[in-house]
Design a protein around this ligand. Structure first.
Ligand SMILES: O=C(O)C1=C[C@@H](OP(=O)(O)O)[C@@H](O)[C@H](O)C1
Ligand SMILES: C=C(OP(=O)(O)O)C(=O)O
Length: 446
């Protein structure tokens, strides 16, 4: 377990290979939604495979503050005593969502439909991220949400406002915006329809359907009608493909690697990383494809194979949006040049993932050309060196895998947030063959 009073530094020895068969922790997107929809349902919802990482735990703590009784998590199992769509009660203080953009944006929509006020806040990173993308369309529905100057958190979500359904075409392909509007739509008069400019993860739509709430889907449109009910159900959360991605890349780049990742969620709105690695020449095979609770799942077998640079098709960007830090490491180890465009969203994640990855790759001797909406990465030889993750969990884990191909130790600073999405990453990756040591640092005085 990570010591939350310290800011760990990873030291990763060069070389090695990854092998074994294991299951990475539960899907973060589905874990958030399981708690939210379970809380709003009538009856008890049992969840298995819940992600016990800080982001999903922030959502869970929020619903406890909103008066929902939740037992667990115990080894990924939860029992949520649903209170029904209108059964939440006002929290006794601000809701602190830590590092989690998904929690804040989805809750902005859900809480806009309540009879009471709520304040949503988070850490420094979350308080820098754009919230206007949800508060503007929610205002069109009749919500009253106050933001800090610049449209950032803290958000004061006023309750007791009647909401009306809207028809909204999203300017960015965002599952968080789509989900926020659909959740507000549960409380709105009439129909709420959201159009996505490119396919984004559809866990909200699938899970609402699993809870017996009708969702209409028509091409790029998703729609709900307010005033229905959610019926409790059982949810089996698969392993998170976004966490699996570090091992897919690590095993692809490290000669001699051979890994099986079990029970991975392979919803087609999430498998861009598999398509991109396939285009780069990776050896990845899906075994025993099956459907679990309305979500496709498979065991993923990966073996090392030389990769080559590619121009990443823009249509794959939203389908791999969280996997780019790992994909950039694959590109750095590939023969030739990889070009990414159409990915300006990476600049407003937990960190500016284009700038922070470009700096880290440069520090490890790789030639890169960052662009406003992407990056060009020239595959080369990784030296050792020190990189700063800027508190971004995915950047820390991506650079840990880079050491498999570096000539000297890779040191990664500011790894405290790895626990947000992947508790146990250090131990699991060590068991798989990574030479990772964790050094704990006391936090700096404010
Ligand atoms: O809906 C979700 O669970 C998520 C959607 C994506 O964000 P955007 O909707 O901002 O693209 C993704 O980056 C995030 O990690 C999780
Ligand atoms: C972008 C991410 O999460 P969130 O937006 O929920 O902070 C992520 O996990 O990579």
């Amino acid at each position: 377990m990570t010591d939350h009073n310290s800011n760990p530094v990873f030291h990763v020895r060069p070389g090695g290979a990854l092998s074994g068969r294991f299951r990475v922790p539960g899907d973060k997107s589905m874990s958030h939604r399981a708690v939210m929809l379970g809380a709003l349902a009538e009856g008890d919802t049992r969840v298995e495979g819940f992600l016990e990482g800080a982001d999903a735990l922030a959502t869970l703590a929020t619903f406890r503050q909103l008066g929902v009784r939740i037992e667990g998590p115990r080894h990924g199992a939860l029992r949520i005593r649903g209170v029904g769509l209108h059964g939440l009660s006002a929290a006794d203080g601000p809701l602190d969502l830590g590092n989690s953009g998904t929690s804040m944006r989805l809750l902005a929509g859900l809480l806009a439909g309540q009879s009471f006020d709520s304040t949503l806040t988070g850490d420094d990173s979350l308080r820098r991220r754009p919230m206007g993308r949800v508060t503007d369309p929610l205002a069109d529905m009749g919500a009253a949400i106050e933001t800090a100057p610049g449209g950032t958190a803290p958000l004061l979500v006023r309750g007791g406002r009647p909401l009306q359904g809207i028809t909204y075409q999203m300017p960015v392909a965002s599952a968080q915006v789509k989900s926020a509007l659909l959740l507000a739509g549960l409380y709105a008069e009439g129909e709420t329809w959201v159009h996505e400019p490119a396919p984004t993860r559809d866990h909200t739509e699938r899970m609402l359907t699993g809870f017996g709430y009708p969702v209409r889907r028509d091409g790029a449109w998703s729609g709900v009608t307010g005033g229905g009910r959610l019926q409790a159900c059982d949810i089996d959360v698969p392993a998170d493909i976004s966490s699996a991605a570090f091992f897919l890349v690590g095993a692809s780049i490290a000669e001699g690697s051979d890994l099986v990742l079990e029970h991975v969620g392979v919803n087609p709105t999430r498998t861009g990383v598999l398509d991109i690695l396939d285009l780069m020449g990776a050896d990845i095979e899906l075994r025993h494809p099956r459907e679990v609770g309305g979500e496709p799942v498979a065991d993923v077998h990966v073996r090392a194979r030389p990769l080559h640079g590619i121009t990443i098709p823009e249509r794959l960007v939203p389908l791999a949006i969280d996997e780019f830090p790992a994909i950039f490491i694959a590109a750095a180890c590939a023969n030739g040049t990889t070009v990414l465009t159409g990915a300006e969203e990476l600049r407003v994640k937990e960190s500016d993932r284009i700038a922070v990855m470009a700096d880290g790759l440069t520090a490890l001797g790789i030639q890169v050309e960052p662009r406003a909406d992407g990056i060009v990465i020239h595959g080369g030889t990784l030296t050792g060196g020190t990189v700063d993750s800027h508190g971004d969990h995915r950047i820390a884990m991506a650079f840990a895998m880079a050491a498999l191909r570096s000539s000297d130790t890779v040191t990664i600073r500011d790894c405290r947030n790895v626990d947000t999405s992947f508790p146990g990453f250090a131990d699991l990756s060590r068991e798989a063959g990574l030479g990772l040591d964790v050094e704990h640092h006391a936090p700096e005085a404010p």
